[in-house]
Write a protein that binds this ligand. Structure first.
Ligand SMILES: [Zn+2]
Length: 428
């Protein structure tokens, strides 16, 4: 996907906001139709039926009719695709789109270009014997930095072209978030080729250090500066003290949202750059397997049975989510498909990467690792990353009974060794 910031004029912006509301309205109607379905009922209407219903609805509703039909049909098409991919996309069932939060619409290209088969021959319709024509988005270059794209009802809309060449896509999606317009062209980039050095890197993700690499490097995801965080608190405080539903309250919350959006942008940028670096430099990238969803579960339980240290846990959750662990893993996989592995995490932070001894006493502090068996000293995160780089082999295997026992070589020494000699000490 190639994404560019758009700079519409105020008239264009008005028209595009209208497109957004039409697309959202049509999408939500589709969601509603499908949510009515349950076992035994006639199946919910598919794309073709919905498109027919849309034509009818346009005849009756003045408001819908005033909008662009292609934009509305594309919303249905998007819904059909999302519905079809609900088990594989990772997003699950398509859900409601909210005003201000999910603003956007898809535009299908006006231009027709001949389509080709993967082997380079012209694609021909089997029945008619005619050349198959595909859609293409019309993009024009204005100068070195600027280009423009056609949006229905708006004419040419300028965008900042931050890549060499012009995007070549069949469709693009326009989004509006945090006061910014973006155009995302539907392009699947070629995966990054492996460097072929055979180098393997292990990555340990943490809260203090976002990503510790097994070669000793530590990478940190940028966050808000101390000053910016103070600003967030200031505006939150002012918002809390402003009268209910006042313009002042809204303005203060808008300022908070702007700062938070800046943080998210920084995180995303860092993840993109880091994942590209990983995909370019290493043949195989190993991440420790994390279940972020479970890790960031709230400590809050029920009113009758409240959990303890709820605020601390929510703070930790926030810190975990601020690291962009999931995004980094996901984007690396996109860029280096088949070259990313998940290594089960148990004991990677307690195991000595030099001799294999596992002991919780080896971890002296958050940052320091001193092996209680061989005396190997290392940064704790680098030590864990080295264990991750070694891969599956170091994992203490559970006994078939599943009682958590381990093979003698990788005995879980989180427990004290039962006998003075032999047990738990690796054969060197
Ligand atoms: Zn050791």
């Amino acid at each position: 996907m190639s994404r560019f910031r758009m700079y519409p004029t105020s008239e264009q912006e008005e028209q595009m906001l209208l497109h957004c509301s039409h697309a959202r309205y049509v999408w939500n109607l589709a969601v509603e139709q499908h949510s009515h379905w349950h076992r035994g009922r006639k199946s919910a209407p598919g794309f073709a039926e919905q498109a027919r219903q849309l034509t009818e609805a346009r005849r009756e509703s003045e408001w819908l009719r005033s909008g662009n039909q292609t934009v509305q049909v594309q919303a249905l098409q998007d819904f059909a695709k999302a519905k079809a991919a609900r088990f594989t996309s990772g997003f699950g069932e398509p859900t409601w789109r909210k005003k201000f939060r999910h603003e956007g619409f898809r535009v299908i290209g006006d231009d027709r270009v001949p389509e080709f088969n993967p082997d380079g021959t012209a694609k021909v319709n089997v029945k008619t014997g005619k050349q198959v024509m595909a859609r293409a988005v019309v993009v024009q270059k204005i100068n070195r930095r600027w280009a423009q794209v056609k949006v229905p009802g708006c004419g040419w809309v300028r965008f900042r072209n931050t890549r060499p060449g012009l995007p070549d896509a069949k469709t693009f999606r326009v989004t509006f978030k945090n006061g910014q317009w973006h155009a995302a062209f539907a392009i699947i980039p070629d995966p990054i080729a492996a460097p072929g050095t055979g180098e393997i890197i292990g990555i340990d993700r943490g809260v203090k250090i976002t990503a510790a690499l097994s070669d000793g490097r530590t990478l940190n995801c940028p966050q808000l500066t101390v000053k910016e965080r103070a600003q967030v608190r200031k505006h939150q405080r002012r918002a809390a003290r402003a009268p209910k539903a006042s313009a002042q309250k809204a303005a203060e919350y808008a300022k908070v949202a702007k700062l938070k959006a800046r943080e998210a942008d920084r995180r995303k940028d860092w993840c993109e750059k880091t994942s590209t670096m990983l995909a370019r430099t290493y043949d195989l990238v190993r991440f420790e397997k994390l279940n972020i969803k479970n890790m960031t579960r709230s400590a809050k339980r029920t009113v009758q049975d409240p959990g303890t240290r709820v605020a601390q846990k929510s703070g930790l959750n926030r810190a975990i989510l601020a690291q962009g662990w999931g995004l980094l893993r996901r984007r690396t996989e996109h860029k280096a498909p088949g070259r990313v592995e998940d290594v089960p995490a148990p004991y990677t932070s307690l195991r000595c990467s030099a001799c294999g001894w596992i002991d919780k006493n080896s971890r002296k502090s958050q940052a320091e690792f001193v092996c209680s068996f061989c005396g190997f000293t290392c940064n704790a995160d680098t030590n864990a990353a080295t264990n991750v780089a070694v891969g599956q082999a170091v994992r203490p295997r559970k006994t078939p009974s599943g009682t958590g026992g381990a093979t003698p070589r990788q005995r879980s020494s989180v427990r004290e060794p039962q006998h003075p000699t032999g047990v738990g000490i690796p054969r060197l």
